[in-house]
Ligand binder design. Structure first.
Ligand code: NAD
Ligand code: ZN
Length: 244
């Protein structure tokens, strides 16, 4: 690990453009459960029911109650040392952008400025009928699925569900960064969710150095990773940033 850590720090120091790709794992130490793996939400809440637009339309009440509970969990969470480490790298001029699959806004809260939200976020609700949006105001929401103030249509949270498109501007910017960067720091993502998982693969094809921080090996580890930093991101990333 110490050898990998030194090689990772050296790659970041020498990079013209380094970016990070983060997944649910970076927020585990903030108290937000991931979807897959140990303690994963999907074991109890199958994604086709609870995280797809079809599942929501089939059973808005049940799915909304799950999201509301998740939103309340998110509301009480603070960034972890890993989020702060990435914000520090950015302010030191060593990190161009964070591409995140998370919807919890903890990167912004930690001070990262250039955050590309691949899967949207929970800060706004959008009407499925007329497209009107409004802020997600937890104080005025209850167990009934939210209705649009304009047309009374059913509303959904502003994050991307299975069966929905990734926001085009996020997709284009992530692909551009993947092609021009020379280092990708992949943190807490299981490499299973495409197209986010294609960022390190594209970057590798363009000869970028891939650093991976995870508590266990993933499909990236054997295929694209150059330096694997095993352990909780909240411990590993602050050490990395200190070395940089
Ligand atoms: P995932 O749940 O599929 O995988 C999480 C990964 O993090 C695993 O590889 C796991 O080994 C690793 N991990 C767990 N604890 C860690 C730690 N302390 N340090 C480092 N790594 C750790 O998550 P995913 O790959 O991001 O993809 C699933 C989807 O889940 C994404 O689309 C994301 O939007 C969504 N999601 C978001 C949140 C959130 O916003 N915080 C939470 C759950 C799921
Ligand atoms: Zn409406």
């Amino acid at each position: 690990m110490s050898d990998a850590l030194h090689r990772a720090a050296e790659a970041i120091r020498g990079a013209r453009c380094a970016i990070a790709l983060t997944g649910a794992g970076i927020s585990v130490e903030s108290g937000i459960p991931p979807f897959r793996g140990k303690g994963g939400l999907w074991l109890k809440y199958p994604p086709e029911e609870y995280a797809s637009i079809d599942g929501y339309l089939r059973n808005p009440g049940k799915v909304w109650r799950f999201w509301l509970e998740l939103a309340q969990t998110l509301g009480g969470c603070r960034p972890s040392p890993a989020h702060y480490a990435l914000a520090e790298l950015e302010s030191a001029g060593r990190l161009e952008a964070v591409i995140t699959q998370n919807v919890d806004r903890l990167h912004q809260e930690a001070g990262s400025n250039n955050v590309i939200e691949f899967h949207g976020n929970f800060s706004r609700l959008a009407c499925l009928d007329c497209g009107a949006t409004r802020p997600t105001d937890l104080e005025h929401l209850d167990e009934r699925p939210p209705r649009c103030h304009v047309c009374s249509g059913l509303m959904k949270p502003g994050f991307v569900m299975f069966g929905e498109m990734i926001p085009t501007d996020a997709l284009i910017e992530a692909d551009r960064l993947a092609q021009v960067c020379d280092v990708v720091l992949v943190v807490g993502t299981s490499a299973n969710v495409f197209p986010a998982a294609s960022v390190p693969i594209t970057a590798k094809r363009h000869r970028a150095f891939i650093i991976e921080s995870n508590i266990e090996p993933t499909e990236f580890t054997e295929s694209v990773t150059d330096a694997f930093l095993e352990g909780p991101a909240g411990e590993v990333l602050p050490r990395l940033v200190e070395l940089v």
